[in-house]
Design a protein around this ligand. Structure first.
Ligand code: SF4
Ligand code: SF4
Length: 373
């Protein structure tokens, strides 16, 4: 929304495509941000300007079904569920927050950078609401980075107890008792909690897979990849390998609201730079295939980050050697489409030497080297 507003403010017509009926995404489910601002207030600022409802694609929480009795025990909740509980009366004398609850396996989300901030903020709010409640945070590593470092300091001052565990020896919860091996005390500690709060990994939006194919942008752990491998993009973290397509917020990684806003402003600004041009330049250096040499192995198509290569079936010419005739038939041949950005991955991996970069064929490069030496 912020990116759309930024581009619209620059005088360009903007279409906002949203799959849900209302704008706001996960912001609608949050009561209060870490900064103390009411989430609904922040959202209203955007929605009022559009006069419509839109929800953006973003990261979602992993549901830790069965973990520590989640889903069966009423006193086991996630941090996201604990947020709304903090606005009412919490019937608990001892609350234990567990950070870095694992996903159910490989590829099940990523540990969000903001998870420490979320956990420490929730612990602090619980303590502020009722100073007599015992609040424990079980963690592997606390990273309340940047301006949020103050939350950690405040939480400690207000009496939140932090216990560090090893990844190989996670806390166990059995018969209402949490057992944790504290690596700082070097001892086993047992706590009888009234409420257990789990901080879970963040999952990419389900649509990312489909959008990745549509816009030809590769994914990493389900999130869109920035064009990091291109040195000129170091200062343009919202650019992708597909020029003209920008990414921001939790499309890139599970981001906090203020990070998402900063990234969306950057994306809007990058888009405006493009829109302000009268004409667009396309990369002159793209890949070309020598169809005669191409064996149709498909290695290049697998390597291409923007899926610009297709394998097509081409007729093989009939060749006559004196009296013998070699029947043609069909063979697979790589075809490079318009989306090529000239990254050269395909040419480097082609086992037949059939793929090369225009103006940078092997023999041209060798000729230049010969001349130089
Ligand atoms: S261009 Fe090279 S890598 Fe691609 S299909 Fe042909 S032989 Fe294989
Ligand atoms: S150079 Fe090859 S791998 Fe890179 S974008 Fe073009 S076709 Fe794809």
């Amino acid at each position: 929304m912020n990116a759309a507003l930024g581009i619209a403010d620059a005088g360009y017509e903007v279409y906002l495509v949203e799959k849900e009926l209302e704008l706001g995404g996960g912001l609608r489910e949050i009561q209060e941000l870490q900064s103390g601002e009411k989430a609904a207030g922040v959202l209203a600022e955007f929605v009022d300007k559009f006069g419509a409802c839109v929800i953006a694609t973003e990261a979602r929480d992993f549901v830790p079904e069965g973990y520590h009795g989640y889903g069966k025990e009423k006193n086991v909740v996630t941090v996201s569920e604990f947020g709304p509980m903090l606005t009412g009366k919490i019937d608990a004398n001892t609350i234990v927050l567990i950070q870095d609850v694992p996903g159910s396996g490989e590829g099940e989300g990523v540990s969000a950078k903001y998870s420490s901030i979320e956990v420490v903020d929730s612990a602090l709010k619980a303590k502020e609401k009722n100073p007599d409640v015992n609040v424990f945070v079980l963690y592997q590593d606390i990273k309340t980075y940047g301006k949020w470092e103050v939350l950690y300091k405040e939480a400690r001052e207000k009496g939140v107890i932090f216990l560090r565990y090893d990844k190989e020896k996670p806390p166990e919860y059995e018969d209402g008792i949490i057992s944790i091996y504290d690596v700082i005390f070097n001892d086993e500690i047992q706590i009888k909690p009234d409420l257990v709060v789990l901080s879970t990994p963040a999952m990419p939006a389900e649509e990312n897979e489909r959008l990745s194919k549509m816009f030809m942008i590769p994914l990493k752990n389900g999130f869109f990849m920035e064009a990091q491998e291109r040195p000129k993009m170091v200062l343009t973290p919202v650019d992708t390998v597909n020029e003209g397509v920008f990414i921001c917020g939790s499309a890139v990684y599970p981001a906090m609201i203020d990070e998402s806003l900063a990234m969306s402003s950057a994306a809007a600004s990058r888009a405006c730079v493009l829109l302000a041009k009268d004409s667009l330049e396309t990369p002159a250096v793209t890949s070309v295939v020598d169809e005669q040499t191409c064996s149709g192995c498909g290695v290049c198509a697998d390597m291409c980050p923007v899926e610009a290569i297709e394998l097509t079936e081409e007729p093989v010419p009939v060749i006559t050697f004196g009296v013998a005739t070699v029947v043609g038939g069909v063979k697979k041949v790589a075809k490079v489409g318009d989306g090529c950005i000239g990254c050269e991955s395909c040419a480097s991996y082609c086992p037949s030497g059939a793929m090369s970069l225009r103006y940078f064929k092997d023999r041209q490069v060798y000729a230049q080297l010969d001349f130089a030496v």
